[in-house]
Structure formats: structure tokens, C-alpha cells
Design a protein around this ligand. Structure first.
Ligand SMILES: *Cc1c(COP(=O)(O)O)cnc(C)c1O
Length: 294
């Protein structure tokens, strides 16, 4: 059974750069919500699983790359809550090859893995592709890639509500932007959210549009005070630079907290640079959402 730790704990850290600018840094420990379903993945999946159960669905189908945290979280949720799970994985060259550790975890949690070529993967939400999946796997509820839909954004609004009165700025790393969409909607009137993009966007406006669309679908209109930072992706998704590694190693050594490197390290690198630039007013408080653990 799921016994999520909610609200997730908030922890203050003494960090030299922030202190020098008179700014308090808090860590919102969403990584501690559940050992198998960390962080924002729990907040995004929980309402989708509730809706699937209410609709009488017994299987979940979703999509991801070979290292997708979302696939792993969906597989774990299926095991814990008694759903069959099907993972449609990008890359038919992976079929038959030994599974990487991430996909091996999915399989160990009972997820059926279905590898498709990149062309099919791109067209995964088109009716003919979904029809072929239904022919093969029967009835299932579809959860989108990255888990971001309107229910997911509504689930993440609770993250914002938990941070009301706690910080002036709340910041989160953005992949699909679903977590930011909900976080910003749940914050109080005087608070603002910053999303640090970890993907190198084709267009800087693309992610902004996605977040606005999700807010429209989930809450009726774009809402909350939020903005995106796209200077800290370090070359793109799962890319790293010597600067990022040096920053993350030093942060870990200072605070004894291992950093997830795809999202969380880039968030903290970005916030540290923003503090250095004087973005945060002296006397203000910044909450960094720790969405996952390594
Ligand atoms: C998936 C994930 C994110 C990104 O969430 P989005 O809602 O897709 O923006 C951030 N951090 C971690 C650790 C994740 O696994």
C-alpha cells in the first residue's frame, strides 16, 4: 500500500552564496514522499491512478525513454496499487538486448515493456498507433509521456499549497513543465515560482506554451506568478558539464545530501547563480523543490 509522507518535509540549509546575499534557502523534500515513488512523480500519478480506478481500468499504459523516471514511477505505482502496467519504450533497437538498470526495475515491478521505433514513438498519441496498442494489450488507461496532464498539474498544486507562507520564491526543475504548472497554481498571491529547464528547448517559448496549456486544461486559465530559466540545462537533457559536476560534488560535500544530477543539480546550480546575480531580495526566502534522489 501507499503511505505517502505528506506534506513533505521542509529543511533549511546554510549555504554560503545565499547567506552572503541575505537569502534563506529551504529544501522542500519531495524526494521523501515515498521510497519507490519519489517526488513529483507521486504527486502527478496519484490523481491519475484514482481516476483510472474510478473508471474501472485495471491497466495503465504510458511512454518513456530507456532511462525514464516516469516509467519507473508508473511501474512502482502499478505494483503498489494492483494495476497492470505497460511501458512503451522509445527505441526498437533495445528489444532483445539486456535491460539497463532502470528498465530492469520496471520489469521487476511487473511492467510489460514494449519497444517501438522512433517514428512510431513520435506518433504515439495518434489514433492508429493507440488502436494497435489496444489490439495488443486490451483495455488500459493512457498516462502521457512524463505523466503531465491536467490531473497531474492538479496533483502538483498541492505542492504549491504546502509552500504557502513558507517562502517568497519556490523553484523546481522542469522537464515537461507539469510540476511547475501545478506548483505555480497552488502558491499564495504574493509568492512566485521559477522553473529551471533541464532540456535544451528548440524554442524558448515552447515550454512556456506547454505550461500555459496545462494550466488552461487543469485550472481554466494560466495562473500564478511564474517564469522559466533556460540558462542552466548544461547542454540538454541528461547532459552534464564539468561546472555542473563540480558544483554538485561541492554541494553534496557541504550538505551531506546526494544530488540527483539530471534535474535537481541543475535546479540548485541555477538558483545559486541567480542568488549570485542578486535576483532574490535580501531578507527573502527561496524554497528549492527536491523532486528526486539519485
Ligand atoms: C520527472 C522529474 C522532473 C520534471 O518534472 P516535469 O513535471 O516533467 O517538469 C523533475 N525532477 C525529477 C527528479 C524528475 O524525475
Amino acid at each position: 500500500m501507499l503511505r505517502p509522507r505528506l506534506p513533505s518535509p521542509v529543511q533549511e540549509v546554510e549555504d554560503e552564496t545565499f547567506a552572503r546575499h541575505g537569502v534563506r534557502l529551504l529544501l522542500k523534500r519531495d524526494d521523501l514522499i515515498h521510497p519507490d515513488l519519489p517526488g513529483n512523480k507521486w504527486r502527478k500519478l496519484a490523481p491519475n491512478l484514482r481516476a483510472a480506478a474510478a473508471a474501472g481500468e485495471r491497466a495503465l499504459l504510458t511512454f518513456g525513454g530507456a532511462y525514464s523516471n516516469h516509467l519507473r514511477a508508473t511501474a512502482a505505482a502499478g505494483r503498489l496499487l494492483g494495476f497492470a502496467t505497460i511501458g512503451v519504450v522509445r527505441g526498437d533497437e533495445l528489444a532483445g538486448a539486456p535491460l539497463n538498470p532502470s528498465l530492469a526495475r520496471c520489469a521487476a515491478d511487473g511492467m510489460r515493456l514494449h519497444f517501438v521505433d522512433r517514428g512510431t514513438y513520435r506518433r504515439k498519441t495518434e489514433p492508429d498507433v493507440l488502436a494497435a496498442l489496444h489490439d495488443r494489450f486490451g483495455s488500459f488507461a493512457v498516462i502521457p509521456e512524463g505523466g503531465s496532464n491536467s490531473l497531474a498539474a492538479q496533483g502538483c498544486a498541492e505542492l504549491g499549497r504546502e509552500l504557502r507562507g513558507v517562502a517568497d520564491t519556490a523553484a523546481v526543475a522542469c522537464g515537461t513543465g507539469g510540476t511547475l504548472a501545478g506548483l505555480a497554481a497552488g502558491l499564495g498571491p504574493g509568492q512566485r515560482a521559477i522553473g529551471v529547464a533541464v532540456l535544451k528547448g528548440g524554442s524558448p517559448h515552447f515550454l512556456r506554451g506547454t505550461v500555459e496549456d496545462l494550466q488552461r486544461a487543469a485550472f481554466g486559465a494560466p495562473c500564478g506568478h511564474w517564469r522559466l530559466e533556460d540558462r542552466f540545462h548544461c547542454g540538454g537533457y541528461a547532459r552534464r558539464t564539468p561546472e555542473l559536476d563540480a558544483f554538485a560534488d561541492a554541494f553534496e560535500a557541504r550538505h551531506g545530501l546526494p544530488l540527483e544530477r539530471v534535474y535537481v543539480a541543475k535546479l540548485l546550480l541555477g538558483l545559486t547563480a541567480l542568488a549570485e546575480e542578486g535576483t532574490f531580495a535580501p531578507g527573502s526566502t527561496v524554497a528549492a523543490v527536491i523532486t528526486g534522489m539519485p
